[in-house]
Structure formats: structure tokens, C-alpha cells
Design a protein around this ligand. Structure first.
Ligand code: GLC
Length: 436
């Protein structure tokens, strides 16, 4: 039997998510049954299974499975088993930290949050992927994700999709009440209040206020857009006037009612749902939400605008750089096949499919000139500029420890348990004591 017939006969059976032992049994039996009916000998190749771990996808998985099917057809003898983890970055980090420190070989390819590469590379958990990223290839990507995947001069992952905080607004309601999208945070608060007063049952502004990684991303955007931040010339510098003022503003969003108190329970998806059912004027979220707002049956379809995040008067807008990268575990038993999968899924073709199907923003510059993509996602033009200036969270192998301190203290300030000054002072003290 020729290799291509072998591939063709497997084609209808592609189904990656949750493929159980019975399905695998059927899949493996097919070539043998077919061989019995023909004169050619059965294929002797033993399939390599590459296990790909990643966060849960939002939306219909068909396009993603289609990509994995294409990879399998282009790489005879390699199969992909895709396994989802919970959406929250913190939960995924915990899974990987436990598995990889135990040198688990249960997965080969993993999707890494932009903040983990330094930590995982330093721990020796990732393969050096320099061969997949020669200089010419590296130049195709935005610099933010390239810096994030680089540890001591070498790439340990390839950028898969990119995130930056953006502001979603109800353009129908802003038009109706004579407003344009806000440039500053105080303007946002004023518009949210005014629209809420006229439209019953609306919240003003929702975002990610739960104590988790997403809160750090949100809070840093206020600090940065007031000229502050977490680190100044390699030193933790949290308890500054700019940061106190920015956090006081965040707290005032809740006390004034612009932001509902329940924001302190929201991660990305619940916040997206509040806005998506038409119950908020403004939302801070990542770019993926756009696709879901525009899908058929959405209560806000055609009514949503996307803009850069506001800033404090006299300062500049600052979006947190987020996004996911694909790496290969040092403990993989199939590193070559795993590297091929990483190369395939981070290729321009795969990133285009993910952008069209899921609104995942490509880290490759060229796709921001792609006519078909721009026709359905015109806001990509705005995003290209946002990405060029997006700010990384502190790049250090100790980031997760720093983040845990920030999560607790930012949360205390947002909920009013501490004043911004108290929260920032203890964050600074703890970070200086507990981080090397
Ligand atoms: C998104 C971002 C990621 C960030 C996370 C926080 O997934 O891509 O970088 O850490 O949100 O919730």
C-alpha cells in the first residue's frame, strides 16, 4: 500500500479532542483491514503520537482540529493528541510546574504563557528551538513575543498568538448619546456614568478584577498609563506617587458605581459574558473577545468598537503584552515530531486559520496586511499599533512569585481592604524580601 493511500484512508477519521482508546483502536486497525483486502503488504510504520497540551479554546474546535488533521496528513506516521487544560494561566502554570519538575514525559508540546518562558528555560524544562528560528524567520515576528521566548540569547519557544489589553465599547450607545471613545480614564468614567444613567440595567465598565494573573495585567495598565510601573532600572519600585494615584482611581471605579462590585470575581470569560449579553458600556479584555461578539446570535453583534486603552491625563496608553508560545518539553520522547508540530502551528498559514476562526492575533507582521483577515477584523489595524507598543510584564524567571505578591496586594487595594499606599508598601516590602 502506498503511503498516500494510507493517508487518504485515515482522513475521515480525524478527531483530535478527547480521542479515546476505542477510537484509537479503530484508527490503528484500518490499515490492517485494508491491507488484508489488497495485495500490498501492511504498512510497518508505527505511529508516533505527539501530545499537545494547551489552554481551553473558546468557540467551535472544528478549525483547530482541521489544522491538526492537516499536520497529520503532511507528516505521515505522526499523530497528534490535543489535550486541554483550564483557561486560567495560573492553573496551567501549576500543572506544568508539577509535571515538569517530576520530568513527566506525558506531553511533548506545550503552550506557554508569555510570562513563563524565562522560568521554564532556566529550570531546564524546554528544548532550545534555535534551529526553528533563524534570524530571517525571527524578523517576521513582533519584537515583544520574540523577547519573551528568548532566554540567555536562545529561543525556547515560538510565538503562537499574541494578546494585548484593549478597550471594547458599545459604539451604538456612544453614538446615541453623543460620545466618542474616551482617550483618558477619567473620560471613560464620565461617559460610563452618563450612559448608565440613561440606559436602564447597564453596568458602566467591566474588567478582570479577581485575584489572579489577569488582575495583574489590568492593574499594570493603570500604573503604566500614569507613568508608574512595578520595576524601575531593575529595582522593584511599587510604592510611588504615580502608582498610588492610579490604584486610587481603580478603587474609585468601584466606589462610584462605574464598575460593579462583582468585578472582583471576574476573569476574562465572565467579564466578556457581561458585555456580550449587552449589559455593559465598556469592557477591558484581550482581542479574542471580538470574534465572539461578532458571531451569529450575539446580542452585541455589529454594535462593538475596539480601541486602545485610555491613559491618565498627560500620559500615554499602555497595554499589557500577553499571548501564548509553543515549546517542546525537554522530557519529550519524540522531540523531532514535536518540533515539526511547533513549526507547523506557528507558521503563517496556521496563524491565519486561528486568526480567522478564533480571533487569535498573529504575532507575524505580514498577517496585518492580509486583505481577507482585515476585511473581517478591521480593528487589526489598530491592534498592530497596540502590539508595537505593548508592555511586557517584568521578564524574570521569578515572575510568578512576584505576581503572587502583586495579585494579593492589588486585590486588597481594589476591594478596599487596604488603601493603595498600604497595599503598594507591603507589595514592595514583600517583593524585595522574597525575590532574589
Ligand atoms: C491571557 C494572556 C496571558 C495572561 C492571561 C491572564 O491569556 O494571553 O498572557 O497571562 O490572559 O489572565
Amino acid at each position: 500500500m502506498s503511503r498516500s493511500r494510507f493517508e487518504d484512508e485515515r482522513r475521515p477519521l480525524h478527531s483530535h479532542a478527547g480521542r479515546g482508546p476505542i477510537a484509537w483502536g479503530i484508527l490503528l486497525a484500518i490499515p490492517l483491514l485494508t491491507a488484508a483486502c489488497t495485495e500490498s503488504p501492511a504498512p510497518r510504520e508505527v505511529a508516533t503520537t505527539v501530545v499537545f497540551k494547551h489552554g481551553k479554546l473558546f468557540g467551535d474546535t472544528t478549525a483547530f482540529e482541521g489544522l491538526l488533521g492537516q499536520f497529520e496528513r503532511e507528516h505521515p506516521g505522526v499523530r497528534v493528541r490535543s489535550e486541554s487544560l483550564p483557561a486560567a494561566s495560573d492553573a496551567q502554570h501549576q500543572f506544568y510546574a508539577i509535571s515538569l519538575s517530576a520530568r513527566s514525559a506525558e506531553f511533548d508540546v506545550l503552550a506557554l504563557d508569555v510570562i513563563w518562558v524565562a522560568e521554564f528555560a532556566r529550570a531546564g524544562w524546554l528544548r532550545d528551538l534555535s534551529a526553528l528560528l533563524p534570524a530571517a524567520e525571527r524578523a517576521q515576528f513582533f519584537s515583544g513575543p520574540i523577547e519573551a521566548v528568548t532566554w540567555e540569547g536562545k529561543p525556547y519557544a515560538l510565538p503562537w498568538f499574541m494578546d494585548a489589553g484593549v478597550l471594547y465599547y458599545r459604539k451604538d450607545l456612544l453614538d446615541k448619546h453623543g460620545f466618542v471613545p474616551p482617550k483618558t480614564w477619567p473620560e471613560l468614567a464620565r461617559i460610563a456614568q452618563a450612559v448608565r444613567d440613561k440606559e436602564s440595567g447597564m453596568h458602566g465598565f467591566v474588567w478582570q478584577g479577581k485575584q489572579y494573573e489577569g488582575l495583574v495585567c489590568n492593574a499594570l495598565e493603570y500604573l503604566w498609563s500614569n507613568g508608574g510601573g512595578a520595576v524601575d532600572s531593575d529595582t522593584i519600585a511599587l510604592n510611588t506617587a504615580a502608582n498610588r494615584e492610579a490604584l486610587a482611581f481603580v478603587r474609585s471605579l468601584l466606589t462610584s458605581g462605574v464598575t460593579p462590585e462583582f468585578v472582583t470575581t471576574l476573569t476574562e470569560e465572565p467579564a466578556r459574558e457581561v458585555f456580550g449579553r449587552g449589559a455593559a458600556v465598556f469592557l477591558r479584555n484581550w482581542p479574542y473577545a471580538w470574534q465572539l461578539f461578532e458571531q451569529e446570535g450575539s446580542a452585541v453583534r455589529g454594535k462593538v468598537g475596539v480601541s486602545v486603552l485610555p491613559h491618565f491625563p498627560g500620559q500615554r496608553s499602555a497595554a499589557t503584552l500577553g499571548g501564548w508560545q509553543l515549546g517542546v518539553s525537554k522530557f519529550s520522547k519524540h522531540p523531532q515530531a514535536a518540533e515539526q508540530l511547533v513549526k507547523f502551528l506557528t507558521s503563517s498559514g496556521a496563524q491565519r486559520v486561528l486568526a480567522l476562526a478564533y480571533g487569535y492575533n498573529p504575532p507575524r507582521h505580514a498577517l496585518y496586511q492580509d486583505g481577507e483577515l482585515l476585511a473581517v477584523q478591521p480593528h487589526l489595524r489598530t491592534l498592530e499599533t497596540v502590539y508595537a507598543h505593548a508592555r511586557p510584564r517584568p521578564v524574570t524567571p521569578h515572575y510568578v512569585r512576584l505576581s503572587q505578591i502583586l495579585q494579593a496586594e492589588f486585590s486588597a487595594a481594589v476591594t478596599g481592604v487596604k488603601t493603595p499606599g498600604e497595599a503598594l508598601a507591603s507589595a514592595q516590602r514583600e517583593a524585595r524580601q522574597r525575590l532574589p
